[in-house]
Write a protein that binds this ligand. Structure first.
Ligand SMILES: [Zn+2]
Length: 261
């Protein structure tokens, strides 16, 4: 799978850099390739998306320190009753870093940063993971990747004038990882992901206030420490959007309590 994709990316690179560029005139072969890339992106299959997901997560694994001690044990304990996302078996890893972040991907990957685990209790952590899984289930992650891939296709056309990126495959995989790691999802998408986190926490036996508490905690963190906030903190903490999200989750928790008593 990996080899196929790398070969695919290498083929794209080869076409743009095979030495037939001259001056500023456009190279028809490279333009044709760019058009081909755009076509592929527009019709990109679930299988290809899964392949890009696996490749970009493998890239993330290679540039982060994977923790295999107590953090990893805690995360596996928390997710012991979760086996699949959209029918795809999950694979779980902790990145050892002070960054407060987490992401999930369509290939079943769940990656949680130890910085997030340091500040969240189990219930809040489960809610945040449920939120990230929500983005995958609602296809937000897939669409973000697709958009990045289209952007890449457009840059391939620039390549025809002689402007080429250095290490193309690593760069593309990094960009794709960034697209779901720091995706600027819409308020509507975040609301829906919060609802997924809310449900997920309850399903795993935690309080209906878990999602609300995690949002409140992230807001406080981003307001208090004066550090440059991570992508997740930014995504979770942009006022007044997060206040509104927290209010929604509080209301959901309150009404859940009423209906179950
Ligand atoms: Zn989100």
């Amino acid at each position: 799978m990996k080899r196929q994709l790398l070969a695919f990316l290498a083929a794209l690179t080869m076409f743009s850099s095979c030495g037939i560029l001259s001056g500023t005139s456009l190279d028809p072969a490279a333009l044709a390739t760019a058009a081909g890339t755009a076509m592929t992106a527009l019709t990109i299959s679930d299988e290809q998306i899964a392949q890009l997901s696996a490749e970009s997560v493998a890239y993330m694994d290679s540039v982060n320190v994977v923790e295999k001690g107590n953090y990893d044990k805690r995360l596996r304990r928390l997710l012991k009753n979760v086996s699949t996302i959209n029918g795809i078996p999950i694979n779980v890893k902790v990145y050892k870093t002070s960054e407060v972040n987490a992401f999930a991907c369509g290939d079943g990957s769940i990656r949680v940063y130890s910085g997030l685990m340091d500040v969240m209790d189990d219930a809040e952590l489960i809610a945040v993971i449920g939120h990230e899984i929500g983005h995958v289930v609602h296809q937000d992650t897939k669409n973000a990747m697709k958009k990045t891939y289209l952007g890449y296709a457009a840059r391939q056309a620039l390549g025809a004038t002689g402007t080429l990126l250095g290490n193309l495959s690593a760069s593309v995989l990094g960009d794709i990882a960034q697209s779901y790691l720091s995706a600027q999802f819409s308020q509507k998408q975040e609301f829906a992901a919060d609802e997924a986190g809310f449900e997920f926490a309850i399903m795993q036996g935690y309080s209906p206030y878990s999602m609300y508490n995690s949002l409140v905690k992230l807001m406080k963190l981003s307001n208090s420490n004066g550090q440059i906030p991570s992508a997740a903190q930014t995504a979770f903490s942009s006022h007044p959007a997060t206040e509104e999200r927290a209010a929604r989750m509080k209301a959901a928790a309150e009404s859940y309590g009423k209906t179950t008593k």
